[in-house]
Design a protein around this ligand. Structure first.
Ligand code: ME8
Length: 495
């Protein structure tokens, strides 16, 4: 039987500044979901990349004193390395300055134009380069954009417009479907905004700017960067003819932050409808990370570099913290003290100690050879119960709760050691056999969240590879354990 396909994407990041902890959160969450589906045996395609044709990139390049193309080349590389450091298992990394992307971006513009849903007009209003969006006076506080704290520019120029207003009813139908926008509060925001404000035609080109993708029918204009950027989700698959496009589109889930919900759930679907392309199945809108309760911002000087955190505490500690601490449906806070508490408790004590105790006892009592015991049905049942719970949570995109369920099983195993006391119990053979099998399954279950640690566990258990979810049952594994280094060193919290 053909494998079930699963296509997951993240937002593509602007490269005007280095990646921050909010970018890390989004990539790690999408990565955990992608890895979980791979462990289920599905044909996963995971896309991420960089959004390079924006005015804000050109502005930052100017400040940096180098040409824009050089600047985006350099910074896109930094984002790619950042993904690699965080063990983001992307299948493709799209850059919107690549030819393969630009030609699809132009093709979509042309298709909609030929459908007579793009027309030439005049735009008069304000544009925020922070949002890369035409905003309204209503969205300003003290004449500044609330989200980016900058004054927008005034624009009065010829522009191409997309007939977004023609899609009012179709978009309302699409966004009203319960499964399309997750979680509910994000769907409700969009539904009421569509109802209250209604959809107005959207300016989709900028005149006389020198950075961006030329409008195919009039090269004096550049394609509006959001139209261009959204197209990455199909250009990376080789729209319209590539077999990858035919296999993976529509996307199963776009993972994005709450600030760009409207672009993904209103503008993107309307563009797709106009170009006669199927809509994505789901948009998962995550909350924002704050730092010690404050919004991340350069002017507050509280931008946290995820690479520094990863170098200091280890990549899996950072991944674990982001996945476990931040509720999927809300905003969450990054603070180092909470990270250290989870490192010392759930990682070092619960997981690290469990492995260390079991491997030591198998070494001491059985010379390292996994004993041949009788399956403890209750423990095996607990494993499948927690796995099923975690799987449902991932299906609902509640990754924090999925992690909690997996740790529920780890805690059960710790209680098992303490209650059964294999060091003084004559049934030690059975007990350590069951704990070995439990740990083999734990390596599989934690793999989507903390992949490096999962491999370290498998290695200490004397296994060549971690295995997938099909192997989540107790069996008769023949192996010799190797006691290795502790999985997580505890850290004393210092401010
Ligand atoms: O919006 N916490 O790029 P971007 C969590 N290029 N997530 C955050 C965040 C925070 N504090 N700040 C930003 C763009 N994000 C566009 C996307 S997609 C076709 C184009 C999220 O670099 C943000 O919501 O500003 C977005 O999902 C992603 O990080 C990239 O943000």
């Amino acid at each position: 039987m053909a494998k079930k396909k699963f296509y997951i994407t993240t937002a593509i990041d602007y490269v005007n500044a280095p990646p921050h902890i909010g970018h890390a959160y989004e990539k790690v969450i999408a990565d955990a979901i992608a890895r979980w589906h791979r462990q289920k045996g599905e044909g996963v395609f995971f896309l991420t990349g960089t959004d390079e044709n924006a005015q804000k990139n050109a502005k930052a390049a100017k400040e940096d004193g180098i040409g824009t193309q050089k600047f985006v080349n350099k910074n896109s590389q930094i984002f790619k390395q950042f993904c690699d450091t965080l063990k983001i298992s992307y299948d493709d990394f799209i850059r919107t300055t690549e030819e393969r992307h630009k030609k699809v971006s132009q093709l979509i513009f042309k298709k909609i134009y030929e459908n007579e849903e793009i027309y030439l007009g005049n735009y008069s209003g304000i544009y925020c380069t922070g949002c890369e969006a035409f905003i309204t006076e209503k969205e300003l506080v003290n004449e500044k954009c609330l989200e980016h704290n900058i004054k927008p520019e005034k624009i009065n120029e010829e522009s191409f417009f997309f007939k977004l207003s023609a899609y009012q009813e179709d978009i309302l139908d699409a966004v009203s479907k319960k499964s399309f926008i997750v979680p509910d509060n994000r769907r409700e925001e969009i539904v009421s905004r569509v109802k209250q404000e209604g959809l107005k035609d959207l300016s989709v080109s900028r005149l006389n700017i020198d950075w961006g993708v030329p409008v195919p029918i009039d090269e004096r204009h550049k394609i509006y960067v959001w139209l261009d950027a959204l197209v990455n989700y199909i250009s990376a698959l080789g729209y319209p003819d590539d077999k990858k496009y035919k296999k993976y589109w529509p996307a199963d889930v776009h993972v994005i932050g709450k600030g760009i919900n409207w672009f993904h759930t209103v503008i993107w679907p309307a563009l797709l409808m106009s170009a006669k392309i199927k809509l994505p199945k789901k948009v998962f809108v995550h909350g924002y990370l704050t730092v010690n309760g404050k919004k991340i911002s350069k002017s507050l000087g509280n931008v946290i570099d995820p690479i520094k955190v990863s170098n200091k505490y280890g990549v899996d500690t950072l991944r674990y913290f982001l996945l476990r601490e931040i509720p999927a449906q809300q905003d969450g806070d990054f603070n180092e003290k909470a990270l250290v508490a989870r490192l010392n408790g759930e990682l070092a004590d619960d997981l690290g100690n469990l492995l260390s105790r079991v491997v030591s006892m198998i070494t001491k009592y059985f010379g390292g050879k996994v004993p041949n015991g009788k399956i403890d049905k209750e423990l095996e049942y607990e494993l499948s119960a927690q796995f099923e719970k975690a799987d449902k949570f991932i299906e609902n995109l509640e990754v924090d709760k999925a992690v909690e369920s997996v740790w529920g099983f780890i805690k059960t195993c710790n209680r098992y050691v303490n209650d059964k006391k294999p060091w003084e119990n004559e049934n030690r053979e059975d007990i350590l056999y069951n704990l070995y099998e439990a740990l083999r399954c734990i390596a599989i279950l934690v793999n989507p969240f903390i992949p490096e640690t999962s491999e370290k566990i498998a290695k200490q258990l004397g296994l060549n590879k971690v295995g997938d979810f099909k192997e989540l049952k107790f069996k008769k594994t023949k192996a010799i354990v190797n006691k290795g280094e502790v999985l997580f060193q505890k850290v004393e919290w210092k401010k």
